[in-house]
Design a binder for this molecule. Structure first.
Ligand code: IPM
Ligand code: MN
Length: 377
């Protein structure tokens, strides 16, 4: 427990990032009302748009703050035309750079469908999956695999002949993320919706790839330390199908970086779309939290995007801080926030444009803040 409060470094970033972060701050302010806040927010500019203005992705003090903070909250990065001289996305320092630099090895993506949330499929709003059946977490390895910067081009004169991305799977990287998944399955209140069984599913392509075979071997070794948790296996292609057809079978799924990246966007459809998808990037001493929808340049400044992904990122952040510092104040606030989010969604009073409604980003934040005030600490 930290009596002086937790230092939170906030990077609103590009596009719609600042709009959703503004609402995230509104919700944090509402939680803190009536008592000294147990957290202090420090906001820093950075990202692709900042790069276009200044030639730098962020300032040295912003980078230093990411290392000294107790937690990090990022809006979104990426802007059309904002590219680093080497061709990389300008703003990568704030997402991929933090994952690498702070060794945030587990990317934790909850996929829970709340009552009152609709699915948008083929442009129509339907209730496809039942909230009873969708409550899983994908744990994605976050530091290696095809994301390892071991890549390049072979050129003949000016012409690229070959482009290479190297898939690196290490014992350490696999072991720690698999252990993270089993610890999570142990800590979660419930098992899979289908049968209540605590289960960790290893998602890979070990019928073809050596790295995946190694990942699965490591999975088995770690799993043997958790006899009370069921082990489950799925090849990634089949998993994509089962996830959509039978989400109730899944509790915690663990996968390598690139497969996890793709599967978590697919999983977001089950939870109502990217407007609800949040991610925690967790290391040993640091953690970064983000809505995963990206900067959505098309909607920037329109006050239209769904801020719930940011609210769920804030909830993940409070829960992580509460657990890490054994601070029940933070855990209680995370519970209170989740109740307020669930209540607001169930009432249908914060139906944003992506849900077929007309509620703006700001109004959605105001509705959640009201719900928080109505749920005394
Ligand atoms: C994500 C995003 C990032 C990734 C992008 C922004 C580099 O898609 O967090 O899932 O590929 O990991
Ligand atoms: Mn992604």
């Amino acid at each position: 427990m930290k009596d002086t409060g937790y230092e939170i470094a906030v990077y609103p970033g590009d596009g719609t990032g600042p709009e959703v972060i503004r609402e995230g701050r509104r919700v944090l302010d509402a939680l803190a009302e009536g008592a000294p806040a147990p957290w202090h927010l420090h906001e820093y500019p950075g990202g692709g748009q900042y790069f276009l203005q200044t030639g730098r992705e962020w300032e040295p003090e912003a980078q230093a703050a990411s290392r000294s903070a107790d937690a990090i909250l990022v809006g979104a990065v990426g802007w059309p035309g904002a590219t680093l001289p080497n061709g990389d996305l300008a703003g990568r320092a704030l997402v991929l750079g933090l994952r690498e630099g702070l060794d945030l090895y587990a990317n934790v993506r909850p996929c829970k469908l709340y009552p009152g949330v609709r699915h948008r499929i083929s442009g129509e709003y339907r209730e496809v999956w039942s909230p009873r059946n969708v409550d899983l977490v994908v744990v994605r390895e976050n530091t290696e695999d095809l994301y390892t910067p071991a890549r390049g081009r072979l050129r003949r004169g000016e012409e690229t002949e070959v482009a290479i991305d190297t898939r690196i799977i290490t014992r350490k990287g696999s072991e720690r993320v698999v252990r993270f998944a089993f610890e999570l399955a142990r800590a979660r209140a419930r098992g899979a919706p289908e049968d209540g069984v605590r289960r960790v599913t290893c998602v890979d392509k070990s019928n073809v790839m050596e790295g995946c075979r190694f990942f699965r071997e490591t999975f088995d070794r770690v799993a043997s330390e958790y006899p009370e948790i069921e082990r489950d296996y799925a090849y990634v292609d089949a998993f994509a199908q089962w996830l959509v057809r039978n989400p109730e079978h899944y509790n915690v799924a663990v996968s390598t970086n690139m497969m996890g990246d793709i599967l978590t966007d697919l999983a977001a459809v089950l939870q109502g779309g990217m407007g609800f998808a949040s991610g925690a990037n967790v290391g040993v001493d640091h953690a970064m939290f983000e809505p995963v929808h990206g900067s959505a340049p098309k909607y920037a400044g329109k006050n239209q995007v769904n801020p719930f992904a940011t609210f769920f990122a804030v909830e993940q952040m409070l829960r992580w801080l509460g657990a890490r510092h054994a601070d029940p104040r933070l855990t209680r606030q995370a519970d209170r926030l989740e109740r307020s989010l669930a209540g607001t969604l169930a009432s249908g009073s914060a139906r944003t444009f992506d849900q077929g409604g007309t509620v703006t980003t700001r109004e959605a934040g105001e509705r959640v803040a009201e719900a928080i005030r109505g749920d005394p600490r």
